[in-house]
Design a protein around this ligand. Structure first.
Ligand SMILES: [Zn+2]
Length: 192
């Protein structure tokens, strides 16, 4: 990747190594690698030698039928609150702090017993907008919806999808974890 090219990244994306760059705003360093800690545009500052991730600028709103990416902010009983970060394949960016709620009945085509087996706080979810007024409601029914990036409950690193077991696996801690996994896990389409 050319240094001047701007690229949208999501938390957990590796953006460089500490041999090349310092860890700047919106990034963190772990074991010699630098990772994004937030959604945003990756920039390399030639003067300070920092790799930075600048939060995407707020504009416009979410519409019914949109496919969104967001991070799980909170789980409460039969609800999960998702902070909407980006609308898929549209240049519309999302206002800061736009949240949608996901009710347990909209999690899966099958019966869902416990929200805590489906999502962890911080996970990145691909969801459909099914209502915008008076509040934004989301759904993850359908194979391609659900968690597209899951983080380890122990070390917080992003986890690999083990298709055979239908679980997420942390190579660091060697633990497995259940999640409402999207069939497009790991593949996040954030066109500007
Ligand atoms: Zn781990």
């Amino acid at each position: 990747m050319s240094k001047n090219e701007e690229k949208l990244v999501v938390p957990g994306d590796k953006v460089g190594t500490s041999e090349e760059w310092l860890s700047g705003e919106g990034t963190f360093e772990d074991n010699g690698d630098i990772y994004a800690s937030q959604f945003g545009l990756l920039k390399f500052d030639e003067d300070s030698l920092e790799a930075k991730v600048k939060a995407v600028n707020p504009i416009v709103k979410v519409e019914k039928g949109d496919v969104i990416y967001g991070s799980v902010f909170m789980r409460k009983g039969s609800m999960a609150v998702i902070m909407i970060e980006k609308v898929e394949n549209v240049s519309r960016e999302v206002k800061e702090d736009v949240e949608g709620t996901l009710h347990i009945s909209e999690v899966s085509d099958d019966y869902t017993e416990k929200m805590k087996d489906e999502f962890l706080v911080g996970d990145i979810v691909r969801a459909k907008v099914i209502q915008v007024e008076p509040t934004i409601k989301l759904s993850t029914t359908g194979k391609t919806f659900g968690v597209v990036r899951g983080y380890c409950p122990e070390c917080r690193k992003s986890m690999k999808f083990e298709r055979k077991k239908n679980k997420l696996y942390c190579e660091n801690c060697e633990i497995r974890s259940d999640r409402n996994i999207s069939s497009v896990y790991g593949n996040i389409k954030l066109k500007r």
